[in-house]
Write a protein that binds this ligand. Structure first.
Ligand code: ZN
Length: 275
């Protein structure tokens, strides 16, 4: 019964919609200015100036100084009407916003490229200079939730692009690995509030249907850091996190990047299905 409910909760939401140790170590973060070269004044700022890092506290969501203005985008998927709002993402600011601007991150186009194509070579070069490649196993993105749905293919067609974890609205969401934030907004139809992270090996993780995102493009996040809250925005039939993973420019099953000991018992059936 539960599986039926869960499957129904994300029937369309995550289907064709536009697209770990128990205590993970803190990955080494290279000083941006030393590696990014000509990104000008992108450097570790002096307090109380802007910071590239979203938060120094992994146990708390970064505070948002200013939210982006409301931009309610609604659409239809067959007979179903959905809205990508309310828009809940921070207004980019400081040196990290400048880095995003220089790299062309944070835009709708960047989101489309990150979740549907290969990251641009300059993005991969930049992120490799900033964060280490993801470790295996990665950090599970949701501490509390229920069994969801995995990546599903029908022949060569991908009918569900990610992993669903049903979770109450507001449940904190973690970065699965250290990353540069590539996109944080709600302009991609169906995904609602969407966070896209670019990892040190050129991998991409996407977190969709969020209630609120607490980091913005150009910021660095640590593995396991709280970055957002789960929600029910976009093409979603119930509160859940839709999590996508790309590596080598291809959509991949993220469950392969986790290990049994680091995945909550309630999600392990998906882990085994991925092997
Ligand atoms: Zn989904």
């Amino acid at each position: 019964m539960l599986r039926v409910l869960v499957a129904a909760s994300c029937l369309i939401a995550c289907g064709d919609a536009p697209a770990p140790t128990s205590e993970p170590h803190r990955p080494r973060i290279v000083e941006p200015a030393a590696r990014v070269g000509d990104v000008g004044d992108v450097q570790e700022p002096r307090e109380p100036g802007p910071r590239l890092h979203a938060s120094d506290e992994r146990s708390a969501l970064p505070e948002v100084a200013r939210w982006l203005p409301e931009a309610r985008r609604c659409g239809r998927f067959g007979a179903r009407r959905y809205c990508n709002g309310p828009r809940r993402a921070p207004e980019p600011e400081g040196a990290s916003a400048e880095l995003a601007s220089q790299l062309g991150l944070g835009t709708h186009r960047a989101a489309a490229e990150l979740i549907r194509a290969n990251p641009r070579p300059e993005w991969i070069a930049a992120v490799r200079g900033l964060v280490a490649a993801p470790r295996f196993p990665m950090t599970w993105p949701v501490d509390e939730g229920r069994f969801g749905r995995g990546v599903q293919r029908r022949g060569r067609k991908v009918v569900h692009r990610g992993v669903d974890v049903t979770a109450e609205v507001g449940t904190p969401v973690r970065a699965v690995a250290a990353a540069l934030v590539g996109y944080a907004d709600n302009t991609v139809d169906g995904y609602g509030n969407l966070l896209v992270l670019l990892h040190g090996g050129g991998e991409v993780s996407a977190y969709a249907h969020l209630d609120a995102i607490h980091v913005h493009a150009g910021q660095l996040v640590d593995e396991g850091q709280l970055v957002a809250r789960a929600g029910n925005t976009g093409l979603s039939r119930g509160p859940h996190l839709h999590f996508e993973w790309r590596e080598d420019g291809e959509l991949a099953d993220p469950m392969r990047r986790f290990e049994e000991a680091h995945v909550p018992a309630w999600m392990r059936p998906l882990l085994f299905a991925a092997r």
